[in-house]
Design a protein around this ligand. Structure first.
Ligand code: 1YM
Length: 638
């Protein structure tokens, strides 16, 4: 490479330097999340090539050294000289920072948000990168370090196929974490495959002796996505409703199907990227759905003249839907840039869905009837729920006076200092009340297993004593009434026995929090307490072990002999208050596990909850078998 830098080269180096200085500006963060975004950036380019009609297979490997290789069978990035820049197009693509937007006039590329920043950003944040292009009978290759070319683009061999192969090793001086997670990549690549019908995406993990491989290929696209999300649920009708069309350059695709549950699962995407906060496309969909069903229900007399319109929520009860739009210049809004702002998307989705859904309902009166009847039932349940909810609301207004009787509240009034323990059983609750630090720790004993909210409608959920007690204690309200600023405790700590029942109660409580107060989890207010599994006594000295491994270590240290007294704790109730304080509640000594969620993969998370808590046994067994490693770990803690 020439040693003399022209103006262009200097600009390139400055661009890459800017990326390395402020990586967060380009990929959101340097956490594991940012790390995985590097893969999506490269795969996005291959998916674009598929959308343009030239690529059918994308092969992604996690290599032994935690580098990533992405191979596609498209046309290959052009190797010709770029006249304007004086370097090859390959070098332009991998070294010049693009503000976004597709260069070269391809299909859809995103210009806002975290995505679509381009391959040069991945290159700048990689210790090493190698790009191979197979084209015109040759294999061309160029290598880079931290974004800078260390070889020219050269021909290194012959090939009779075409395609692009990119290998990169993320820079460990930039990322907090450089180990890729198979499941994270698997979930996102599966999603990409659903959203791009016909494409085959293969994921390989080559880090262990035996290569792990998953393949995703869906001819039905988002129709199969809806099938997948409704897996293990009782569907209301067999067919997935599908609408597709292009209006004002916005390509719209919607697939939906109701199940007999009560949760709504509508997931929206723009140019294959998830929009967890929705936006104009989702608004257009909801509007069309509500209007079309109300018109139909009135015309067919499912709604009498004196009856109120169905609300959107009524119609979306138990609905699983994918709303996918593709457009040229998406505008992202909101704090996290995850909400679509383009107004033309609203109109486009609204028209496509209104028109095709109206036609579908006319053609399928049996399905239409089932949906209308379900929505009317939902409407009635909602009225009942409103009454129950007004009860909790009124109680909230009275504040301290109305707190649940079983709650032993703390005296500090600053939520930042306060924590609430949700404790399994009245007896452990009693010990915890004695043990606690009264100023900052509140105790709410919960009797037995709380209601499984996955299987109940709102009115029943809100009539449950235990659930009402939690809602009033937290102070935030639920669902659309939820107000995080009213939260009375900045730590909500679930404390259950270290056995299977305890684990079940954890899941029930987390399901409730996830469905009704997801912000508490998103913002990191929810924790699991970790009670010890063993108490070891020797010569009047006491140790606690929280895992089997720890027990082993302690025994090795103190010597394995007959003087050792080992007690296996079966429940919190076996500890006296002092022990409970010392092992599980003392902020200086206890182990708390923070509960996290990642909104990159909401549909996957929803599915996990419904599989774990739903009716169907078969998918649950599958899930547990597939996650056997976790189950083994869980057993260790049980
Ligand atoms: C493993 C990653 O990047 N594939 C890929 C990228 C491109 C093309 C084909 C391509 C695009 C076009 C024309 C076009 C890119 N080309 C460019 C640019 N796989 C991967 N496959 N010919 C080939 O968009 O017109 C950017 S990406 F700008 F050079 F055209």
């Amino acid at each position: 490479m020439s040693k003399e830098y022209g103006a262009d080269q200097i600009q390139i180096l400055e661009g890459l330097e800017a990326v390395r200085k402020r990586p967060g500006m380009y990929i959101g963060s340097t956490s594991v999340r940012g790390l995985h975004h590097l893969v999506y950036e490269i795969v996005d380019n291959a998916v674009d090539e598929a959308l343009a009609g030239f690529c059918t297979v994308i092969d992604v490997s996690i290599n032994q050294d935690n580098s990533i290789t992405v191979i596609d069978n498209g046309r290959g990035v052009p190797v010709e000289l770029n006249e304007k820049k004086g370097i090859s197009t390959v070098e332009v693509v991998y070294t010049i920072l693009h503000a976004g937007g597709k260069f070269g006039g391809g299909a859809y590329k995103v210009s806002g948000g975290l995505h679509g920043v381009g391959a040069s950003v991945v290159n700048a944040l990689s210790k090493k990168m190698e790009v191979k292009v197979e084209q015109n009978g040759h294999i061309h290759r160029q290598c880079y370090e931290k974004g800078k070319p260390i070889t020219p683009l050269e021909v290194i061999g012959d090939s009779d196929r075409t395609g692009t192969t990119v290998t990169f090793l993320p820079d460990d001086t930039i990322f907090e974490e450089t180990v890729f997670d198979f499941d994270t990549l698997k979930n996102r690549l599966r999603e990409m495959a659903f959203l791009t019908k016909g494409i085959k995406i293969i994921l390989r993990d080559k880090r262990e002796e035996e290569e792990k491989v998953r393949e995703f290929h869906y001819e039905g696209g988002i129709r199969e996505y809806v099938d997948y999300l409704n897996k293990g649920k009782e569907v209301l009708y067999p067919s997935v409703i599908y609408c597709e069309g292009t209006i004002n350059d916005v390509y719209v695709e919607v697939a939906m199907q109701h199940n007999d549950g009560y949760n709504e699962g509508c997931y929206s995407f723009v140019n294959n990227i998830t929009t967890p906060e929705g936006g104009t496309h989702l608004a257009g969909f909801k509007n069309a759905l509500t209007k079309t069903f109300n018109d139909y229900a009135r015309a067919q007399k499912f709604l009498k003249e004196n009856e109120q319109n169905l609300t959107g929520e009524d119609i979306r009860e138990g609905l699983t839907a994918i709303i996918s739009v593709k457009l040229g210049e998406p505008q992202f809004e909101g704090q996290t840039k995850q909400k679509l702002g383009n107004s033309e998307a609203r109109g486009a989705v609204d028209s496509v869905v209104s028109e095709q859904l109206t036609y579908f309902l006319e053609q399928n009166p049996n399905v239409a009837k089932l949906i209308c009847e379900k929505a009317v039932l939902a409407q009635r349940a909602r009225d009942a729920a409103r009454k129950a909810r007004d009860l909790t609301r009124r109680k909230n207004a009275l504040d301290g006076m109305s707190l649940p009787g079983k709650l032993a509240d703390c005296s500090d009034r600053d939520p930042k200092n306060c924590e609430i323990y949700l404790v399994e059983g009245d007896s452990a609750g009693g010990s915890a009340k004695t043990a606690r630090s009264r100023a900052t720790q509140a105790i709410l004993p919960l009797r037995g297993k709380i209601l499984n909210v996955e299987k109940a409608r709102l009115d029943r959920i809100l009539s449950s004593q235990e659930i009402r007690a939690m809602i009033t204690a937290f102070g935030t309200g639920i669902s659309e009434d939820f107000d995080i600023s009213k939260l009375r405790y900045h730590k909500i700590i679930i404390m259950t026995d270290a056995d299977v029942d305890g684990a079940h109660i954890d899941t029930l409580l987390l399901t409730f929090l996830y469905r009704f107060m997801p912000e508490l989890i998103k913002q990191g207010y929810v924790y699991l307490a970790t009670p010890p599994l063993y108490k070891i006594e020797k010569n009047k000295k006491v140790w606690y072990a929280y895992t089997d491994e720890e027990l082993n270590n302690i025994l090795t240290e103190i010597g394995r002999d007959q003087n050792n007294k080992i007690q296996r704790y079966k429940g919190l109730g076996e500890m006296d208050p002092e022990q409970l304080w010392e092992t599980t509640m003392d902020p200086e000594k206890r182990i708390l596990k923070k509960v996290c969620m990642n909104d990159d993969a909401m549909s996957e998370l929803d599915l996990t909850f419904s599989i774990l808590m739903g009716d169907d046994v078969e998918p649950r067994r599958d899930f547990i078998e597939k996650n056997a490693k976790f189950v083994k770990d869980l057993d260790k803690y049980c």
